[in-house]
Structures are given as structure tokens and as C-alpha cells.
Design a protein around this ligand. Structure first.
Ligand SMILES: NC(=O)c1ccc[n+]([C@@H]2O[C@H](COP(=O)([O-])OP(=O)(O)OC[C@H]3O[C@@H](n4cnc5c(N)ncnc54)[C@H](OP(=O)(O)O)[C@@H]3O)[C@@H](O)[C@H]2O)c1
Length: 228
């Protein structure tokens, strides 16, 4: 597949590297232009373009820029495409009233901007620096599972196959409107979990379930960090 990535920072580079290892063709992009990405794209083994070109390039397109910039994402080249949404909401970077009021999930906000695309919330609940070290081949006993959500079954199936190819099991949390269950500060957010533990914790997550800010970093240094 061709994977277009809007963004070329920590998430984009980790996802891009894993995608290239899995045999996909990848295009990264940023706001400053592809001429600033020569060294990065050479290291990852991908190509670089503008954000518009990356959106055109991808069969699947991942939006790896800050959520507050979502309105800069080009619409036309993303019509009918599977769009992965790893974006999390950091209010200190700019408040978004609908999110503060709990009227929309982060993925629904992007879906409202891209009504003709097939949005899948994915890859938001893992730290960029864990993406490469935690990837495992299918069937590995300590394989980590990641949650997804989306309204389009075919897009979710494409996203699931991609996540499996880059090293992760998948738990489907339901529609885009259920994406809040694994947004920032929810119990499963950036917590290494296997499929069963993730399923159970997602189901047990209520609108009041929140962990303290930064709690998830504690799992990085623990020997017993992975819970199946
Ligand atoms: N870091 C994590 O651990 C993590 C984990 C899960 C989810 N996420 C989510 O992933 C997204 C990216 O986070 P990150 O940590 O990778 O950020 P980052 O390292 O700061 O990278 C952001 C990238 O976006 C590019 N960019 C900014 N505005 C753009 C635009 N309008 N068009 C195209 N490219 C643009 C930047 O390029 P320029 O420098 O040229 O502007 C940069 O390459 C965020 O939404 C974040 O919430 C991050």
C-alpha cells in the first residue's frame, strides 16, 4: 500500500519507519516543505512531499500533526480515503470548545472537517517513542494491542490490517463517537496492554474515568509493564 503521512515529526517518523519495514511505500510531509526532509526521508527509506502531495499519494493517509491544525488538512485528495487519526487534544495548545464541552470526540472533529473521508481513530494511545520498540510479529506472547474506532467498517478493516502489519493487535472500540474511551487521560491511554486486558479496560471506562496527567509515563520503565 501507499501510506501518506501529513506530518514528519515523532509520530510520523515512527509510523513511517514501521510502514516501510512492513513493505509499504511512504511519503512524509511537513509545513516547511519537502526540501527540509531529505535526511529524514533517506533514513526512513521513504519519499517526502507537501501535505497535499502526501494526501494524494496515500491509499491510507495518517494525520500526524497537532489537532489544533486540523483545518489545514486538505479535503479534496482525501475524499473516500481511509484516514488514520492519531491526534490527541492538548488544551494548552489552543482550546476547542466542542471538545471542552464533550460534544465531539477528537476523531469526530476531524470527520466534521473531512466529511467525505473514512476516518479511523488509531495510533493515538501509544507514545511515539514506544511505537518501534513495542512492535511485535503476529502471535508474539507479549504483543501489544491498540484500540481503534470508526464508522466505516471497510476503513476499520484496512486500518486493522495495517496495524497488524506494523506490529500490533487491534481492539475495535466501536464508532467514532466511542473514541473518547481511549483519548488522553483515559485509563488505557498509552498503557501497554494485550487484547483481553485492553478490551476489559475499554468496557470498564466510564465518562468519569480519568488518570492523573502523565500517569502513562510510569509504564515505560516497569519490567512488568505489559498486561495481557
Ligand atoms: N508524540 C507522541 O508520543 C504522540 C502519541 C500519540 C499521538 N500523538 C499525536 O500525533 C500528532 C503529532 O505529534 P508529534 O509528537 O509527532 O508532533 P511533532 O513531533 O511536533 O511533529 C509535528 C509535525 O507536524 C508538522 N506540521 C505541523 N503543521 C503542519 C501542517 N499544517 N501541515 C503539514 N505538517 C505540519 C511539523 O512540521 P514543521 O516542523 O515543518 O511544521 C512536524 O513535522 C499530534 O496530534 C499528537 O497528539 C503524539
Amino acid at each position: 500500500m501507499r501510506i501518506g503521512i501529513i506530518g514528519a515529526g515523532r509520530m510520523a517518523q515512527s509510523i513511517g519507519w514501521l510502514a516501510v519495514q512492513a513493505g509499504h511505500d511512504v511519503m512524509l510531509s511537513n509545513s516547511r516543505g519537502p526540501q527540509t526532509l531529505d535526511e529524514t526521508s533517506r533514513r526512513i527509506g521513504c519519499v517526502a512531499g507537501t501535505a497535499y502531495e502526501a494526501a494524494e499519494f496515500g491509499d491510507v493517509v495518517c494525520i500526524a500533526i497537532y489537532l489544533q491544525d486540523y483545518q489545514t488538512v486538505p479535503k479534496a485528495p482525501l475524499v473516500r480515503k481511509t484516514v488514520l487519526n492519531p491526534q490527541n487534544y492538548f488544551p494548552h495548545l489552543g482550546r476547542i470548545a466542542e471538545l471542552d464541552r464533550g460534544e465531539l470526540t477528537t476523531a469526530e472533529l476531524l470527520a466534521r472537517h473531512l466529511p467525505e473521508s473514512r476516518i479511523v481513530k488509531a495510533l493515538n494511545a501509544i507514545l511515539a517513542e514506544d511505537l518501534i520498540p513495542d512492535a511485535r510479529p503476529a502471535g508474539a506472547a507479549d504483543r501489544r494491542a491498540l484500540p481503534i474506532a470508526g464508522d466505516d467498517l471497510e476503513a476499520k478493516s484496512i486500518a486493522s490490517r495495517f496495524l497488524d502489519q506494523i506490529g500490533y493487535d487491534i481492539v475495535d472500540a466501536g464508532l467514532l463517537s466511542e473514541g473518547w474511551r481511549f483519548e488522553r487521560r483515559r485509563p488505557v491511554y498509552c498503557r501497554p496492554l494485550g487484547t483481553c486486558a485492553l478490551q476489559e479496560m475499554l468496557l470498564a471506562t466510564s465518562p468519569d474515568s480519568r488518570v492523573p496527567e502523565g500517569d502513562w509515563y510510569a509504564y515505560r520503565s516497569r519490567q512488568d509493564r505489559h498486561q495481557q
